[in-house]
Design a protein around this ligand. Structure first.
Ligand code: LMG
Ligand code: NDP
Ligand code: PMR
Length: 401
């Protein structure tokens, strides 16, 4: 209850309909700076991190030559005293070259429990970013992925499979935001860039990688798709114009190509900020549709989240300089919705890997004390019919149906 009211206080501008704090309690006291790892994970961290690393390194030669289906079992009893040890997990993070993705990659790699595949469109930028973030060599692999090209998505999946690593967790994080664009630009396949990248690229990626996730024997397999408050019209932030609205999706059905169809999902005139918010609605709907279609059968956890307003990231690179100057102090001191990249990275790492956040179909948010709670999505972002329609239309667009 205390947590619940804290969340309401921290979100003075946000119209929460409901804020359950189920998993929150376990974090409030156990977390240092709201850190993503629960006490017991921290407690065995120092000893097991090194052990995990050694074991993984020793095995990796062999694993490379194997297929994912025959990779070492997730839990083995080879350790001294017959103690069960969990093998190092393998997590793919898209858009890990900056902002939230980089901070998440770092938070996961630092535990020693995860090998991070940084799936990025700019290989050199990602390598440099990992180095300057202080990520240990060997704790990550950069692999090329341009979500604005369906060919590139397919190639990424092939190269990932060739690497022989298992896929235990997939984090769909990358995004573009074009708030000042007057005209639409398009992906290699002719889709409006924001929805094409943020939604359709990730949709194909996660559909293709479902096979790999299903093959993994890791105890908690997850597919996480980053959402946002600005796509949710049950919040003040989601009511700042232009508002997200998928309408009857005639533009999406027409291929978002700006020629014989509108570049906008709802069929309206192009607006870059709206296209971004619409894409986030698609991300949140897709997560729920995955949950409905696959959770029971596969046990995979599907979740989305709003990590807080990370007002300093590259997401705002195309916004006017005045906005970039005023937005961080506005969020820090007025809305109090601001979080640092580090803190947001720990939050996403929590959703990707913390043993207590295994619930599927959830949209996570955090209160002022950095305690997680299951948040309520807007009516549109939780509309099951729209979710099914987004799924069905999207699978035609990316060539799956
Ligand atoms: C759209 O405009 C563009 O049209 C689109 O192309 C794209 O760029 C998009 O998201 C990107 O932005 C959006 C923006 C234009 O519209 C608004 O922001 C409308 C505001 C709607 C009103 C919201 C409710 C107001 C409640 C206010 C409570 C806030 C705290 C008050 C305390 C104030 C004390 C100083 O925006 C405009 O054209 C002008 C916006 C003017 C809104 C004034 C609201 C006052 C907020 C004070 C903020 C201080 C400065 C920080 C600003 C950075 C963030 C915007
Ligand atoms: P950044 O711009 O810092 O990071 C976005 C990442 O996506 C970058 O690594 C970028 O690569 C990558 N990316 C963009 N286009 C492509 C592409 N075609 N193929 C592959 N990767 C691509 O922004 P944030 O860290 O803020 O955004 C991360 C996520 O967080 C997004 O999903 C965003 O919607 C979400 N979010 C952000 C909030 C915020 O306040 N910042 C709030 C709520 C949600 P490159 O480095 O090469 O540009
Ligand atoms: Mg918003 C509780 C208030 C709150 C929060 C948490 C955000 C988050 N914003 C809030 C309020 C307001 N914003 C208000 C009152 C205004 C009018 C002044 C406002 C304006 C505003 C603009 C112009 N806000 C923005 C923009 C952007 O261009 C950002 C955006 O919409 O990107 C799509 C943005 C954001 N505000 C947020 C968050 C998290 C964003 C950024 C990105 C995102 O959703 O991923």
């Amino acid at each position: 209850m205390a947590l619940q009211s804290a969340s309401l206080v921290s979100s003075a501008f946000i119209v929460h309909k409901e804020g359950k704090s189920s998993a929150a309690a376990s974090f409030k006291d156990s977390s240092l700076f709201g850190v993503s790892l629960s006490d017991h994970v921290k407690a065995d961290f120092t000893s097991s991190a090194l052990r995990c690393k050694r074991e993984f390194n020793a095995r990796i030669g062999a694993v490379r030559a194997q297929t994912t289906a025959t990779a070492s079992p997730a839990v083995n009893r080879s350790a001294p005293e017959g103690k069960k040890t969990l093998r190092q997990g393998c997590v793919v993070v898209t858009g890990a070259s900056s902002g939230l993705g980089l901070a998440t990659a770092k938070a996961l790699a630092e535990t020693g429990k995860w090998h991070v595949i940084m799936a990025c469109r700019d290989f050199l930028k990602a390598e440099r970013a990992a180095k300057s973030a202080g990520m240990a060599k060997g704790s990550y692999t950069v692999m090329h992925l341009d979500l604005a090209s369906l060919d590139s998505v397919r190639q990424f999946v092939e190269s990932f499979r060739r690497s022989g690593r298992p896929l235990d967790v997939l984090v769909c994080n990358a995004a573009v935001y074009q708030p000042t664009a007057k005209e639409p630009t398009f992906t290699a396949d002719g889709f409006e860039l924001s929805v094409g990248t943020n939604h359709l690229g990730h949709f194909l990626l996660s559909r293709l990688l479902m096979d790999d996730l299903q093959k993994s024997d890791y105890p908690s397999k997850r597919l996480i798709i980053v959402g946002s408050i600005t796509g949710n019209t049950n919040t003040l932030a989601g009511n700042v114009p232009p508002k997200a609205n998928l309408g009857d999706m005639r533009g999406l059905a027409g291929g978002l190509n700006g020629l014989n169809s509108s570049a906008m999902i709802d069929g309206g005139d192009f607006d870059g900020a709206k296209a971004y918010k619409d894409s986030k609605v698609c991300n949140m709907l897709t997560m729920q549709e995955f949950h409905r279609r696959y959770h029971e059968e596969t046990g995979i956890t599907f979740a989305s989240l709003y990590p807080g307003c990370i007002a300093t990231t590259g997401l705002f690179r195309e916004h006017i300089p005045l906005f970039r100057l005023l937005f961080p102090p506005f969020q820090k001191y007025i809305t109090k919705g601001y979080v640092s990249e580090d803190e947001a990275g720990k939050r996403l790492a929590q959703v990707a890997a913390d043993p207590s956040l295994t619930k599927s179909g959830v949209y996570w948010s955090w209160n002022k004390d950095s305690a997680s709670f299951e948040n309520q999505l807007s009516q549109e972002a939780s509309d099951a019919d729209k979710a099914r329609k987004v799924w069905e239309v999207s699978e035609k667009l990316v060539g799956l149906a």
